[in-house]
Write a protein that binds this ligand. Structure first.
Ligand code: PEP
Length: 266
């Protein structure tokens, strides 16, 4: 059967790092060092740096994303940012990152409402899912991820349908910022489970939905994940703040992107 040719995507999550001035400079340098048009590149700086990064990236082909959004449209939520406020500043948005699930106790249901806000504002969502170490060790990794997907996507399905642009990042919690990565084969097995689960939840086209791996990805480890046909790129944290690392990651991603374009059914 012909597999859909899915774009290869590298997303940089800068977390709570960089001032607006530094962010603009770093984004411009990364854009130059990663000039591979077959790879879709997205940089997600802190909110206060979105404008500077957007200016630095104008004309480079690199897109801008936010790291989070509020679940409500507007209102008395001091310090928060609504999806509509991001229009013109970002075209992507990370939702449900495990650091927010951990630190802000974000539930699957809340994450589902954030996905609705993204869709209303035309932001392409990157939904993060992933199991904790004890869940993997207990053989419950897949069950955990399926539960997260169901908890969020059933909310969006009931509110008009799952966004056809949805991107999912499979990020095992034990691999984020630890220097430990999943094995490529385990990430690929999870990607299969994610697509199955999404089909069951009402996404008949889940086969064409991009799935990223995230968790301590570097230029040295990205190849193991991109060797898996079911994995379409990476969500990169720590290494995405380093120009050389990003250059290496995107260069490796370009090999996969080129191979997919040249041999779409391979
Ligand atoms: C992330 O922030 O989503 C992430 C995967 O971080 P790191 O690459 O640092 O593990």
């Amino acid at each position: 059967m012909m597999r859909p040719v899915r774009t290869v995507l590298i997303v940089a999550n800068w977390k709570m790092n960089t001032s607006p001035t530094d962010a603009g400079e770093l984004a411009g340098t990364i854009a130059k060092a990663t000039d591979e048009r077959l790879v879709r590149r997205v940089i997600c700086p802190p909110y206060v740096s979105l404008a500077a990064v957007g200016q630095a990236l104008a004309g480079t082909g690199v897109e801008v994303g936010a790291q989070n959004v509020h679940a409500e449209v507007s209102g008395a939520y001091t310090g928060e940012i609504a999806a509509s406020m991001l229009v013109g500043l970002a075209s992507w948005c990370i939702v449900g990152h495990s650091e927010r699930r951990r630190d802000q106790a974000e539930s699957d249901e809340l994450v589902g409402r954030k996905l609705i806000r993204c869709r209303e504002a035309g932001l392409t969502p990157i939904l993060c899912v992933g199991e904790r170490l004890e869940e993997r060790e207990a053989g419950r990794a897949e069950e955990t991820v399926r539960r997260q997907l169901e908890g969020s996507l059933s909310v969006t399905a009931a509110a008009g349908g799952i966004d056809p642009e949805l991107v999912i990042a499979y990020e095992p919690v034990w691999a984020i910022g630890t220097g430990r990565t999943a094995r490529g084969a385990d990430a690929a097995a999870m990607a299969d489970a994610i697509r199955d689960s999404c089909r069951e939840l009402g996404m008949p086209d889940a086969g064409s939905m991009p799935i990223l791996y995230g968790g301590s990805v570097t230029s040295a480890s990205i190849g193991e994940f991109l060797a898996e046909p079911g994995i379409d790129g990476a969500l990169v944290g720590g290494a995405s703040l380093k120009v050389d690392e990003m250059a290496g990651i995107v260069a490796r991603a370009a090999l996969t992107a080129r191979a997919r374009v040249e041999a779409p059914s391979a």
